[in-house]
Design a protein around this ligand. Structure first.
Ligand code: ZN
Length: 328
């Protein structure tokens, strides 16, 4: 399919650090990935041209700002990264958009930076890499706590989606993975981290308070669609303290969108379509963590999508959600 829009596509401001290198344990693969992370206008654009991706919304690779312990430093870094990204987007506004990186260490500063990015830099939303650390290395702050309510009010008021992207669990807090380093990151831990975060947001009544908020999550829903019936069923069956007004599935179908990033599986897509519907699924690759052609060849050929639905998922859903009508 020509004219695809891809929305979980990463870049790095500078060559990525050791933490990121450790995540990708195979050295040769890492060298190539690192090269492609710092490239925007050459290798990336060439692949996009070849593979029918017309437009990509770029975001900083994880964990980025979320792992900066010093609050002031995090605020300054987010501003610097966002200004850099705006400069790169301005070189090819017909091919690239940008997601704001946010200093979630300080919810007021995060709201202020998001407003600046939307109103002054023209960004169509934010992408945040999971929980935030603050001041101490083993801190893990999730955004369901009351401190973040004014931030969410601001996101709703701005009317832009918030992409919650995974990050690797903090080792001191991930004892279940001990002795199995391969479990920490993208093979398993990413989905665990992100799905729990989404469920925490739902369970904190966030969407009852801010019903217009729209979240985006990747990897065909970080396994939530597969378990949606069971979540609803068990919450209804056993006495729990689940305080939100509606079942989990209701919020997933009114406040959450999912993307195909890094999960090029017909079985997973079939489940996602059945549980979420094609209106809430968007195309993404997760480049350069994934080879771009891997995502596009699967998406272009999967028989689960009619021609009409392929255009919806591959392009039109993103145009609508991110209000890209001025570009296309
Ligand atoms: Zn990603």
């Amino acid at each position: 399919m020509q004219g695809k829009i891809a929305i979980e596509e990463h870049f790095a401001y500078e060559r990525p650090d050791r933490e990121a290198a450790e995540r990708l344990r195979r050295a040769e693969a890492w060298v190539e990935t690192a090269r492609r992370l710092v490239d925007i206008h050459e290798l990336r654009l060439r692949d996009m041209d070849e593979l029918g991706i017309e437009y990509a919304i770029l975001s900083l690779t994880a964990p980025a700002v979320q792992s900066i312990l010093d609050v002031k430093e995090a605020i300054a870094a987010a501003r610097k990264y966002n200004d850099f990204l705006a400069g790169e987007v301005a070189k090819r506004p017909d091919r690239f958009g940008g997601f704001a990186a946010l200093p979630m260490q300080d919810p007021d500063a995060a709201a202020e930076e998001l407003s600046r990015c939307v109103k002054e830099l023209g960004f169509p939303g934010a992408l945040v890499n999971g929980f935030t650390q603050r001041e101490v290395p083993d801190s893990t702050i999730y955004y369901d706590i009351p401190e973040y309510r004014p931030f969410w009010a601001c996101v709703e008021e701005l009317g832009v989606p918030f992409y919650l992207h995974p990050r690797t669990a903090v080792r001191e807090r991930a004892q279940a993975y001990e002795g199995h380093p391969w479990l920490y990151s993208s093979a398993w831990g990413f989905a665990v981290e992100t799905s729990i975060h989404v469920l925490r947001l739902i369970g904190s009544c966030l969407f009852d308070e801010y019903p217009k908020l729209q979240l985006v999550i990747g990897h065909l829903g970080e396994r939530i669609p597969y378990d949606m019936w069971r979540l609803d069923h068990r919450i209804e069956t056993i006495p729990t303290d689940y305080p939100a007004k509606k079942p989990i599935s209701a919020y997933m179908r009114s406040n959450v969108h999912i993307t195909t990033s890094g999960n090029f599986s017909d079985s997973a897509l079939q489940c996602a379509i059945a549980e979420m519907g094609v209106d809430r699924i968007m195309f993404a690759v997760d480049y350069p963590m994934e080879v771009m052609a891997g995502g596009t060849s699967w998406f272009d050929q999967t028989e689960l999508l009619s021609d009409q639905d392929r255009i919806k998922v591959g392009r039109n859903n993103a145009i609508e959600l991110f209000k890209l009508g001025d570009i296309f």
